[in-house]
Design a protein around this ligand. Sequence first.
Ligand code: CUA
Length: 351
Amino acid sequence: MRQSIRLAVFGSLMVLFAGCGVLDNPMEWFRGGNQSTFDVKGPVARQQLDLFYVTLWVTLFIFVTVGGVLAYTTFRFRQRPGDSDNPPPAQTHGHPLVEIGLIAGAVFLLVIIAVPTVRAIYDIYEVPDDDDMLVIDVTAYQYWWAFDYPDEDVTTANEVAIPVGRKVKFNLRTFDVIHSFWVPRLAGKIDMIPNRSNWLWLQADEPGQYWGQCAEFCGESHANMKFRVFAYEEDEFQEWIEHQRSDALEPDDDDELAVEGADLFRRRGCMGCHTVQGTGAAGMAGPELTHFGSRKTLGAGMADNTEENLFRWMRDPDGFKPGNLMALDPQVQNLTDEEIEALVAYMKSLK
Ligand code: CUA
């Protein structure tokens, strides 16, 4: 019996830890991976992490003190053989010094937590007064993200670029249900609520790739609703903006497969849902694809943007990413493997 309980506990711990990836790569797990709020790279996330540590140390102190006193008294005043023969100890009621001391101590500890908390709330909830600030409008859709740069005249999807060292304000809206915008290493999350606009600001201190994630359950593919933030140095960022602003590349005439794919893209209704700037495709129901070939990921940060994954995605959209709208399109369901290969070639040509 005891053996089977031990096995069951051990088995469930294995499953639990496997979920954290600790078995695959213990160091990576310890560091926290790509969505770690402990490996912060911007002032907002850092302030939030500092706040976490202040709260952690104060509550740890309370835990150790209260737990220590409890353990000490339990041991020190435990019942011993022969105790029942003795008269009960003197009974007391109230102790002003102890009571005032406990209240004062509790208030003091709460103040230690409250002061930095209130300061952080104001710092984070105030739009920074900064002429350099970049504004990006984000719209969440069931399982993907649209990013607009209103001042730069750029629209993109699922991958967003920001300049290092500059404050960025994200205006947050949703097209359908409640989602939540979260870039763990740069800033805490803010919900995107229908018919309301929210916002948050953040800043990246180092160039790099930061993972984003929808943090509010929004349907079957909530967990697959990711995005990437690319932080570039200023000149690289300006190059990126220029490139995004340009029209889509026409596929090379030599690349017959891509030319055929471009034709299929028009004929098989893809353009009804997707925009490819400069080609007449101006659909708004799905992600913008003008420079899709230059993106690192597909399916809203779900997988690497490889030909193989792209093929799997179009072959069986619902199997790849359950609940997504493209899976419902009969035109997509009826594509032959040859047609999908042509569409993949076209997509990859959209650098
Ligand atoms: Cu969108 Cu969860």
